[in-house]
Design a protein around this ligand. Structure first.
Ligand code: NAD
Ligand code: I22
Ligand code: ZN
Length: 418
């Protein structure tokens, strides 16, 4: 730390006592390291992964948060798991869904943490659920005693490939999406794809939307996989290797893969590429100092659309509508060909995603852009696709362009894309 005082000569190198302006400049760094690990059978009592970091010197206690739906499906196994390991535990069950992603829910968690008397460092809070649940619990953990470690166990596809792997927590506030939140990555995220088996198709589609986002802005191979296997991935809920199709079961898995020239089955490759692509973007810019973020693709108009449509549109569905609109804008600017545009819209439909919504009026889109410009510090910084698998940022979108793109989207999404 340096103490500097201003001198009459303005000589920056001099220290003087008693001059009128004194300031201290503090510099420190806070290295961040967190782990994301693919696992199987996490809730099997013989699997110790969840308790691996139990550095609690014999005082084994865990505070678990989940939501109503996850509790109804997995609550018994969760309690049995901790019971089997003789871990004193409390399971807090929150309401599920976007409408409950609020500060009230965060404060419910912090109050329950207080009542449980969670230790400050050695009893990581465990969040088991989707993106909503993890965003709430992460926010609560970041606030409680200014930071309490937590572990994420995502149970939805959005949770696995997006909300579970980054650093953001948050809740909706004042009618705005994620208006309150923190940057607070979990110490560990444990990915067990078998949770997806109980998700309904709509929520699989919801997660595929965020995967498609990564494909469109940076991974053409991922797009090809979605185009080729999207319908299958949806049907099989990304459970592998069952998703490899109707080849005879007595043919070994690797032979079936080799026959298709693949190293990984499509579900595994799709999930791994999506996470890898996301982390490549997040790691160098985890605190979002740079506001030109390609992973913001699909998140310019969608926050406003999602909040206005609540609870009708899921997060990934609103993102899909935004991506459809911006794909059309990109085509109108000559960044994407008409053929590529139609391919994208067709893949969206194949993935069970909407490509249009009645809220796509030029008034609402202008309002949405205005809000996003404030979020992006005064500039549009709007990512637009360039072909398939690349993106560019633009700052010159006009109200007229938005209106024309919305109109064109209404036409193509009911015509050429089918
Ligand atoms: N923090 C981030 O970086 C980040 C990134 C992307 C998305 N998000 C947020 O994530 C949220 C969307 O996530 P989501 O779609 O997972 O929402 P969600 O948590 O509401 O889950 C969707 C529904 O699925 C149910 N569910 C969860 N697991 C299940 C399972 N295994 N089987 C059956 N049902 C199950 C939930 O109870 C809920 O009803 C949005 O609020 C979005 O803003 C955050
Ligand atoms: O930043 C991430 C994940 O950390 C993106 O993948 C994700 O889609 C984000 O939710 C959007 O970028 C929106 O972010 P924000 O407006 O809530 O800050
Ligand atoms: Zn998102």
């Amino acid at each position: 730390m340096q103490q500097r005082t201003q001198t009459t000569q303005g000589n920056d190198g001099l220290f003087a006592v008693g001059s009128p302006v004194t300031h201290w400049s503090v510099q420190t760094s806070n290295p961040v390291q967190y782990e994301i690990r693919a696992c199987e059978n996490l809730l099997d009592p013989e699997n110790l992964t969840i308790l691996e970091d139990a550095a609690d010197g014999g005082r084994r206690r865990r505070f678990v948060v989940t939501d109503r739906v996850v509790d109804s499906l997995y609550g018994e196994r969760i309690r049995a798991y901790f019971g089997h390991h003789d871990v004193e535990h409390r399971v807090l069950v929150l309401e599920d869904g976007e409408t409950h992603k609020s500060m009230d829910a965060v404060l419910r968690v912090t109050a329950a943490l207080d009542a449980f008397g969670v230790d400050r460092r050695r009893e990581p809070v465990i969040a088991i659920g989707g993106g909503v649940l993890m965003d709430i619990v992460g926010f609560a953990a970041s606030l409680y005693r200014r930071s309490t470690p937590f572990i994420r166990i995502p149970t939805t596809l959005i949770g696995l490939v997006d909300a579970g792997v980054g650093a953001k927590t948050g809740v909706n506030h004042n009618g705005h999406k994620n208006r309150l939140g923190t940057y607070f990555p979990a110490d560990r995220t444990l990915l067990d794809r078998s949770f997806l088996a109980t998700l309904d198709a709509r929520h699989i589609s919801n997660g595929l939307s965020e995967i498609l986002k990564i494909a469109l802005i940076k991974d053409a191979r991922l797009f090809d996989l979605l185009e080729q296997h999207g319908a299958d991935l949806l049907r099989t809920k990304l459970q592998s290797p069952a998703s490899m199709g109707p080849t005879p079961a007595d043919v070994p898995v690797d032979q079936r893969l080799a026959a298709r020239g693949l190293h990984l089955d499509p579900a595994t490759e799709v999930v791994e590429r999506a996470i890898q692509g996301m982390l490549e973007e997040l790691q160098p810019n985890l605190w979002e100092k740079v506001l030109e973020r390609v992973v913001d693709y699909g998140h310019t108009f969608s926050p406003t659309i999602e909040m206005h449509a609540l609870p009708e549109l899921l997060h990934g569905e609103a993102v899909a509508v935004d991506m459809a609109l911006t794909t059309v804008m990109a085509e109108r600017r000559g960044l994407v060909s008409a053929y590529q545009r139609d391919r994208v819209l067709r893949v969206m439909e194949r993935l069970g995603l909407p490509t249009w919504h009645p809220l796509c009026t030029s008034e609402l889109l202008v309002e949405a852009l205005h809000d996003t410009v404030r979020h992006r510090d005064g500039k549009q910084r709007l990512p637009l696709p360039v072909g398939i698998g690349s993106a560019v940022f633009v700052n010159d979108v006009t109200e007229a362009e938005l209106g024309a793109a919305a109109e064109a989207l209404g036409l193509v999404s009911s015509g050429a894309a089918r």
